[in-house]
Design a protein around this ligand. Sequence first.
Ligand SMILES: *Cc1c(COP(=O)(O)O)cnc(C)c1O
Length: 404
Amino acid sequence: MATTTTRPQLAYLAEQLDELKKKGTYFKLRVLEDEQAPECTFDGKKVINLASNNYLGLTTHPKLREAAIEATRKYGVGPGAVRTIAGTMRIHMELEEKIARFKNVEACVVFQSGFTANAGTVSAILGKEDFIISDELNHASIIDGARLSRAKILVYRHKDVAHAEEQIASVKDQPGRKLIISDGVFSMDGDIGPLPGLCDVAEKYGAIMMVDDAHSSGVLGRNGRGTIDHFNVHGRVDIQVGTLSKAIGAIGGYVCGSRDLIEFLYHRARPFLFSTSHPPSVTATCIAAFDVLEQEPELIENLWKNTRYWKKELGGLGFNIGGVNTPASETPITPIIVGDGRLTMEFSRELFNEGVMATGIAFPTVAEGKARIRTIMTATHTKDELDRALEVLKRVGKRLGIIG
Ligand SMILES: *Cc1c(COP(=O)(O)O)cnc(C)c1O
């Protein structure tokens, strides 16, 4: 028997869990029994998977799998130290050089995750005299980085460039540096950040411009180069963050920019300095993934073909897939807006019971009254899988009164 049960000093945690159960937002982790794939087994049940960020199906791509195994044979399983001590392997440098070339920037640094890339960068480059002008729907890792930096955070309304300008104008005579930061693609609504307008504002006020391209890497732009390429704002974004955990299929995050920015992060970004680097298998996997992006453009074409089909059919069933009181999705992330949190969770559970995995997302991850099921398309879903998922959505949606 386990020896650590909850002792009185931690009883308050159990009480808070009880609160979640009363509110209907308590969850159990769904456990994947096989591979992350369009059809797979969670908790012993075979389901069509609409919940992963595996946009291009790279989690199981044979070239990536082979690269991971070969790197393990050649270099072992771990780097043995943080990057600045003894944990920088040749293969780490190769990946960074590869990403920098791909993005057409001077330099790149890879972090353990997209989360640490954002939080580590924002907290390293700003201090308490400075200002961060941030979209209200930016990712938690940006918010945490902003808090760690102790800079003042000025939030602007979602994608509202005029409001971003108002915010920066209100502090333009103050001495601190200004950073404008936006997600490239917003993870809950699937809409795209207004980069050209934000770049204009940044240039007008001499602000640093930063974009988090977690959901755009491998999805938008030529061969998946992201939103900077999509909008052709090359040279106007000082700091580009991307993730290796979503479309790239493995784990990690990176920052692209000038050589000076990257050297500075080597010296000051705390996750770089104080947390061990990636194992060779991960790094080799990511190198192979960038080769696939360049060599197999049909994956991204398929992703968008599936996305168009999915949005058309879902909308046709009468679901609210965004655009009314919520932003309209422009990417493979398609929300089904339900509104009520409890009903959303019930919808998600019933879908699962009938063979469709689609995550319910409620307050506080999204605003109260805007709970939704989030669906994410991938390049590797077959039309048959999509049609079967649509049948289930239609049946359960009608039964719960979500569609007529
Ligand atoms: C997922 C995500 C991250 C974090 O990336 P990880 O590599 O999973 O840590 C950062 N920013 C945004 C916008 C994300 O969606």
